[in-house]
Structure formats: C-alpha cells, structure tokens
Design a protein around this ligand. Structure first.
Ligand code: NAD
Length: 359
C-alpha cells in the first residue's frame, strides 16, 4: 500500500507546479495515493469558503500534505488559508532549506542554510486592532494607563506574542534537526536589545533549550539586522538559523534571493503530528495558466516530503535529477536564464519532463 498524501493544488500557478511535482514523484517509483482537494479561489466557487472542513479532515487523516500556493483574497473577509492551516494543525516549525545549486542565478556559491521559522506566534498571530476602532481605542486607553509612553489616538496596533512554549519547541526542533543531519551550528536570531520581553524571551529560552545540545552543537545568537548583512557578506558562517516568525519570513526570502530566487526555494511546515510541504513562493497570478513558471521549488518541497516519509533513496534521486537539470541549464524556466526573455526558456512541463528523464 502506498503513502496517503493530501494534495492541494492551490491557485494561480499552483495547479501547474503541483502537477509537475506529482509527475516527478510518481516517476521515482514511490507509491503515493494522492487525495486531491481544492482550496482557495476554486473552493470559494464550489463550497463558499477557501478552506472547506473536509480539507483539514483529510490532512488530519493522512498526516502528510503538499500544497501549491494559495491566494489570500484581499477585502473579502476570508482569513488567510495558509495561516489557518498552520494554526489548525499546529504546524509550529516552518523549515526552509536554502542552498546553492550550480547553474542557477545565485549571488553566492557559499550558502547552505536551513531556516527554522516559528510559525504560529509573533506579529503574524493575527491579533490586530484597526485605528480608531472601538477595540483599538479601549486597548489604547489601557496601554496609556499601564505605562508612561503615551500613544496617540491615530495608531493601529498589532500584537507580538512570543511564548516560552512556542520558543522552546521551535529551538528544540532546530537543534534536533541539526544533530540528525550532521549540522554543526545553530544561530538564534532576535532583536533582544530592543524588544526585551518578546525577542529577549526567545533568546533566553532558546539558549536554555540549547544547553541540552552543548556537547553536540555550537549555539550562537545574532541580532537580525547584523545577520542580514553577514548573510550577504559571509553566508558560509551560518548553518541553521532559528528565528521568530517575522524575521524568519524576511530572512528566508533574503536567502532565496542569494541562491537564485523564489523559483527554487522549498519549504515544510512541521508539527508534532502533521506535516505540510509547500514552495516558499506565492501564486504569481500574472503567470497563471501560462505553463511558464519554475516547478523546482515545489519539486524540492516534495524531496523534503519524501525524506519525511522515510523514502530516502527516492528523495536523493529526485534532488540529484533536479541538480543535474539545473546544472545543464538547457531545460530550465525563464527565471533561471541570464536573460529572462530568453526564447529558449523551457516551460513548466518541459522542465518537469527533463527532471523525470534523469530519474
Ligand atoms: P509571488 O511569490 O506569488 O510572486 C512574486 C514574483 O516572484 C512573481 O511575479 C514572479 O516574478 C516570481 N515567482 C514566484 N514564483 C515563481 C516561480 N515558481 N517561478 C518563477 N518565478 C516565480 O508573490 P506575491 O505576488 O507577493 O503574491 C501573490 C499571491 O500569493 C498573494 O495572494 C499572496 O497572498 C499569495 N502567497 C501565498 C503563499 C502561500 O500559499 N504559501 C506564499 C506567498 C504569497
């Protein structure tokens, strides 16, 4: 019997890049029973909601899912499906391996970093108060009463919760991953010099968790702005980065840019019970239906999924096939060409076919 996996094609370029991914995974020979469900805009049309309840049920049942990007419709009142999935399934660690592949438009060949981004808290917790709303004014009054710095009436407020539990489990996941994958160093990323009670907590709890790994790992910390500069100048100094939610989001796009763009950046959302794999990029709506975008990020997300399913040989072969196609540079999409208008650029399906031919 095959592995049961929930597949959410998503919107925009999602259906194209996930079809390419599915083709490649099937050619590895690993037996997967794909359970396909529509989410996002397609699901709104059919079910009146971007995230029907049966989708969450399917992931809870299968425990493993892979998805394309999903649009967050602006101004419709629908919550972000991505945030909803992470919160509902308590997928607290967003894991983004980013590394140099030969043949890409990378700015450096010295980057091989895995980012662990906390996925449930921080400024992305979704606790926000609109300027001049009654809730915002009540909160404002309380804040002005509790501390000396007075806020003016025209502020909007976003809350940044960072908890002991949320921090400890993220840092533990990063350290466990480092040990399991023979990585040497974990860097805790923060701005504790300014935000003492949130980032300060992330740093102190993180260092406390790391004590258990003293004999196996080097654990350091780095202030996020300094980290960004150092990532550009000497990326080889970093190995695993453990970040609160917001910094993790920004730093992973920076790292993706350094190794050649969003088209090749994979990701995983991992909790204690479920795992959801997805590319870092969004739905790139202007390219939807053009069979033009790079499927690599989604295919490399499937490599992470195969590793999670303990299909190590298939994961290794699939990554090697991607590597070989990138290195040859013949059957790659427009974003991997020196000139983005290069007429010899491959389509999404041609690139997937080239990868399958190497398997
Ligand atoms: P985006 O990542 O969709 O696109 C930005 C640009 O990056 C594109 O215009 C394109 O030039 C390039 N790009 C992205 N993916 C590519 C690929 N596979 N191949 C080649 N080039 C690629 O970001 P955006 O425009 O800010 O967001 C569009 C929509 O996607 C929004 O609705 C946003 O909410 C959503 N989004 C979803 C997810 C997710 O589902 N996890 C993540 C990010 C954004």
């Amino acid at each position: 019997m095959g592995h049961k996996v929930t597949l959410l094609p998503g919107d925009g370029i999602g259906p194209e890049v996930t079809a390419a991914m599915r083709q490649c995974v099937d050619v590895t020979g690993v037996k997967i029973d794909w359970e396909v469900h529509q989410v996002g805009e397609f699901a709104i049309k059919e079910h009146g909601t971007p995230m029907p309840a049966h989708v969450i049920e399917s992931i809870r049942k299968n425990k493993v899912a892979i998805k394309g990007p999903i649009v967050t419709p602006i101004g419709t009142g629908f919550r972000s499906v991505n945030v909803l999935l992470r919160q509902e399934l308590d997928l607290y660690a967003c894991v983004r391996p980013t590394k140099y592949y030969e043949g890409t438009q990378a700015k450096t060949d010295k980057l091989d970093i895995v980012i662990f981004r906390e996925n449930t808290e921080d400024l992305y917790a979704g606790i926000e108060f609109e300027k001049e709303s009654s809730e915002c004014l009540q909160l404002l009054a309380l804040i002005n009463k509790l501390q000396p710095k007075k806020l003016s009436r025209d502020v909007g407020i976003s809350i940044k919760p960072i908890s002991v539990k949320g921090t400890r489990r993220l840092i533990k996941a990063a350290c466990e991953y480092a040990v399991k994958n023979n990585r040497q160093k974990v860097t805790i990323v923060h701005k504790a010099n300014i935000m003492k009670y949130t980032d300060g907590l992330f740093l102190s709890e993180g260092l406390d968790v790391a004590k258990d790994y003293e004999d196996k790992l080097i654990v350091r910390d780095c202030i996020v702005d300094n980290l960004c500069m150092q990532l550009v100048q000497r990326p080889q100094h970093f190995d695993i980065l453990a970040c609160p939610n917001l910094y993790g989001d920004i730093v992973s796009d920076l790292c993706a840019g350094l190794v050649g763009g969003l088209g090749i950046a994979p990701g995983a959302n991992i909790g204690d019970q479920y795992a959801l794999f997805e590319p870092v990029h969004g739905s790139a709506p202007k390219y939807a239906g053009l069979n033009k975008c790079n499927p690599t990020a989604t295919i490399l997300s499937a490599v992470l999924m195969l590793q999670y399913l303990n299909e190590m040989d298939a994961a290794h072969r699939l990554e090697a096939a991607v590597k070989a196609v990138l290195k040859e540079g013949k059957h790659v999409t427009y974003d991997l060409k020196t000139n983005r208008d290069d007429p010899s650029a491959a389509s999404t399906t041609q690139m997937a076919d080239a990868i399958c031919a190497k398997l």
